[in-house]
Design a protein. Sequence first.
Length: 307
Amino acid sequence: MNIRTKQFQILTDIELVYKLMTEVYNHEESNGPAEPFFEYAVTSPWLERDFLRLNRFWLDGDNPVAFVFYEQPVTSLYFVLRPGYEFLAKEMIEYAENNYPKFDEPTELVLISGQTALIEAAKSRGFELAYEEPEHYFDFRLGKLDYPLPSGYHFVDPTASDPLKTAKCLWDGFNKWELGEFKDWDIPTKNEGRSPFELYQNVLGATIAPAPHATYEYTTIIADENDDYVCFSGMWWNPKTHLAYMEPLCTVPEHQHKGLAAAALSHHDSILRPLGAEVMTGGGNDFYKKIGYQCTRIYGHYQKKNS
């Protein structure tokens, strides 16, 4: 083997990440998180980009076999490791511990329950399990989501949606309670060939191009009787892995607890099941189990005591 390392470069290496994370993906994520997890974050306005250069690949020749990266915050680190290269686990953990900034937060290694080689390497360096975080996912082969759209609401064609309404829906769904009312920024009122989520990112100050593997045409948007957008569910469909990666999902506060999110996820089911989707992601909230999500994977958060 001809193992070498390479630091991540945002303008050139998203395809390298995509290659590795798509090739090693399985539904249990025992080789690391699904590819959209990284790409959604790295192309979103909320990610701290000053330290992306610290993310590191390990390559066998030109073939990527391992990757260490952060999402948010910078001190929370994730790992992707190709089967057959478990001998790199110790080196990956050492690199993660020694090369990312510490700030006021302890270094935290986020490892999925099936990443046994990495978990053992982390424990050998004194990391202990601090807490666990569940992530529920839906297996299309085990059931069907079929929640109806409540009366008074309708679906919006994502390819012809209004970017300002989309931005307001996402702002209200995620930020209104903490940051106040949406402000009407000066942005285009027509798509001009760009997706609604891309325009929303521009509103909030995204600094790079939209995600190259995003599938905005599978977004689900729900509007009320006044044609205001009140529920948004993004979708990253990857036919190579049969994964329907749902991100983000929100309902504006005034329209919550009416069944809109369940209807949005059911809409995804009706579209993506015929395309060959096997799994759709969700989150750790009990909501997902209540509507029929059958499977759960566990993210373990490892820290050193007194660090």
